[in-house]
Design a protein around this ligand. Structure first.
Ligand SMILES: Cc1cc2nc3c(=O)[nH]c(=O)nc-3n(C[C@H](O)[C@H](O)[C@H](O)COP(=O)(O)O)c2cc1C
Length: 251
């Protein structure tokens, strides 16, 4: 949002988010994005390279490329937000091109074994949705397999999701057939469902979002099967300690 960055937002195409956005001045109406030019894309690939290098220099073990949830790469992937007529739009192969270029650049910078990707194939996130997700996300996962990334994470809301829901089917089944490296799944998993999902080989690991936000000692609580704090939606985007560092530890 321009109140945060001082600039018109950019996207794949001239689209607008569907709902008011969090800014430092409270929620504000979304703005129409400026479609990226080829020069912008070249500059942004450099940004990814710099960010990956900086992360490793700062002591991180690796990076996860955010290609999910209606953010920039996802806007290229899905036909609801990609209206381009150049080589970055149209066919699934073209819509995957930006993801491929970013991933190749990050791999060239820090190595495939330190590079992961996050996708959200099904459902609508922030106005970003595809009409036939399997046609673009299964080939995207195959490409990431061939690039030999460290792991792939999928954020998949279900029909009864508590943070976004959708009737578009989850795609982890067909994606696992083409992506042979570790697969991590996310959204709405309880401890029991996570154990079951990994034990039956559906996934290699489960990622937790809101439980981690509300439980600073989530790992110990999962290990010892202790009760968990419930996250408080009213403090998700607060700007101080409240909701950020004041969730209690288990006794
Ligand atoms: C306050 C908040 C902010 C989030 N921000 C992002 C984000 O910037 N990018 C992203 O991919 N997911 C974001 N998520 C989604 C989480 O990564 C996760 O996918 C979601 O909470 C579902 O997992 P869960 O059911 O374990 O909470 C956010 C979630 C919350 C609660």
């Amino acid at each position: 949002h321009s109140s945060v960055t001082g600039q018109q937002p950019v996207s794949c195409s001239a689209t607008k988010a569907p709902e008011a956005l969090h800014t430092y001045d409270g929620k504000q109406a979304p703005e129409v994005a400026r479609p990226l030019t080829k020069e912008d894309i070249a500059r942004i690939l450099n940004d990814y390279e710099n960010a990956a290098r900086n992360a490793l220099q700062s002591g991180f073990d690796g990076v996860q490329i955010h290609a999910a949830n209606g953010y920039l790469i996802d806007e290229f992937l899905r036909d609801g937000t990609n209206h381009r007529s150049d080589e970055y739009g149209g066919s699934p192969e073209n819509r995957i091109r930006f993801l491929r270029e970013v991933t190749e650049r990050v791999i060239a910078t820090i190595g495939a074994d330190k590079t992961s990707v996050r996708l959200s194939p099904n459902g609508d996130t922030q106005g970003c949705i595809d009409s036939h997700p399997e046609q673009v996300f299964v080939p995207a996962a195959k490409l990431l397999n061939d690039l030999d990334i460290a792991f792939l994470e999928l954020r998949e809301p279900g029909p009864n999701g508590t943070f976004g829901k959708t009737d578009q089917p989850k795609l982890h089944g067909p994606i696992r057939e083409v992506f042979r490296k570790p697969l991590v799944l996310n959204q709405d998993y309880t401890r029991e469902e996570a154990i079951e999902t990994v034990a039956t080989g559906v996934a290699d690991a489960i990622a937790f979002g809101r439980p981690f936000l509300a439980n600073p000692d989530l790992v110990r609580r999962l290990e010892d099967n202790l009760p968990q704090n419930k996250d408080d939606i009213r403090t998700w985007y607060s700007q101080g300690a409240e909701g950020y560092t004041d969730y209690p530890l288990a006794r």
